[in-house]
Design a protein around this ligand. Structure first.
Ligand code: NAD
Length: 361
């Protein structure tokens, strides 16, 4: 849910009128009565979409976009770099749209950073999925019946999700190795008890604007695949999280590498929504290939719906507090956060990276 009842109560106290779609919170165990008690009006989907400012978790469908009020405000996770049809539909509706995944990663905006709050959940749940599918223990166990060696976990991509995966796998007692093209994360990996696999990617490594990864050159990509191949074959579980904004996820684990893994091993591919880091991932499905279980789940945060909603709701309400004053929307497009998060306005695309992506689409 974009707002949990506790957040509704706070916003109502601050002078906003909140309407909540009936039954919308059921999946997260937030029932209509809790919203009513918090001061919300319960409405049907049609009325909800017609609000002055609509808050959602995911992007609206094209049909829902048609039902938004003209020139209204929308706050959701729009994935604007890969949603050209939606962006065109929002322009046609003259919607002022804000995308939660475009919140600039500046200190002031940290409470609004839903990419971080949800990636954190995905990283945690990916390890639980791996542990659940692996026909082995994660921790080392010394028992009267013998000693069990710890599972070996390889984490590819050590951003927010990857770091949480490392921490969770370590808590379960696994031996963890990790790789990222940004060498700056080495220290973070080591501070969580993981071993950082280092290779020199030269100019190709390092960070682009905002601390994100750059797309690798062909030569650097080949070097990385060699490194991954050498470590994948000994791993019991591989968690892949590597993403480059606006691009298809890089293929790090090829079909040949899957073939080299021990039967019963597991891959959890958190990059499935962007095509996957493993060549054999089927987005949205769990498949067995070459004796390896490959998870391509698309929405792990919703399997932790209570806390995912609680954290996303805090992100959304912090952003809402930023763009409202005395119960009214007050949009200051000179402000770095408001401006950086706005995708469409007055029928135009105002977000530079989205305009560039639409240009090349
Ligand atoms: P992301 O989800 O875009 O990507 C996940 C990880 O994959 C990144 O660490 C990236 O470097 C890595 N990656 C990309 N291509 C790869 C490849 N070929 N091989 C291996 N790894 C590859 O990243 P994210 O988790 O959103 O974090 C991106 C940046 O944002 C980081 O620098 C992070 O520290 C920073 N950040 C800043 C703030 C803040 O200041 N408020 C908050 C959260 C994250």
């Amino acid at each position: 849910m974009a707002l949990v009842p506790e957040a509704v109560a706070r916003l109502v106290k601050n002078g906003l009128a909140i309407a909540v779609e009936q039954d919308a919170g059921a999946g997260g165990f937030f029932d209509d009565d809790a919203y009513r008690s918090a001061g919300a009006e319960l409405v049907d989907a049609e009325q909800a979409l017609g609000a002055e400012c609509v808050l959602k978790v995911r992007k609206p469908s094209l049909d829902e976009t048609q039902r938004l009020r003209d020139a209204g405000v929308l706050i959701a996770t729009l994935q604007p770099l890969s949603s050209p049809d939606l962006i065109r539909a929002l322009c046609a509706k003259r919607t002022t749209s804000f995308s939660m995944d475009a919140i600039p990663r500046v200190t002031r905006a940290q409470p609004m950073d839903s990419l971080s709050s949800q990636s954190n959940i995905a990283g945690y749940k990916a390890v639980l999925l791996a542990a659940n599918s692996l026909p082995k223990f994660f921790p080392m166990l010394t028992t009267a019946a013998g000693t069990v060696t710890p599972a070996r976990v390889l984490v590819l991509g050590a951003g927010v999700a990857g770091l949480q995966a490392i921490a969770t796998a370590r808590r379960l007692g696994a031996v963890v190795e990790a790789f990222d093209t940004r060498p700056v994360v080495k220290e973070q990996v080591e501070s969580l008890g993981g071993r950082f696999l280092a290779i020199d990617l030269g100019e190709a490594g390092g960070e682009a604007a905002g601390g994100y990864a750059k797309e690798l050159s062909e030569e650097a990509h080949r070097k990385e695949q060699e490194l991954v191949a050498a470590h994948v074959k000994d791993a019991d579980a591989v968690i892949t999280t590597a993403l480059v904004p606006g691009r298809r996820a890089p293929i790090l684990v090829t079909a040949d590498m899957v073939r080299s893994m021990k039967p019963g091993s597991v891959i959890v591919d958190l990059a499935a929504e962007m095509g996957g880091n493993c060549e054999l991932t089927e987005p949205g499905q769990t498949v067995a290939r070459e004796g390896v279980t490959i998870h391509g789940e698309l929405d792990l945060p919703s399997t932790v719906a209570v806390h995912a909603s609680q954290l996303y709701s805090r992100n959304v309400s912090s952003f809402l507090a930023h763009i409202t004053q005395d119960g009214e929307l007050k949009l200051d497009f000179e402000d770095e956060i408001t401006k950086g998060t706005c995708i469409t306005r007055d029928g135009e695309i105002v977000h530079g990276p989205t305009r560039a992506a639409m240009g090349s689409a």
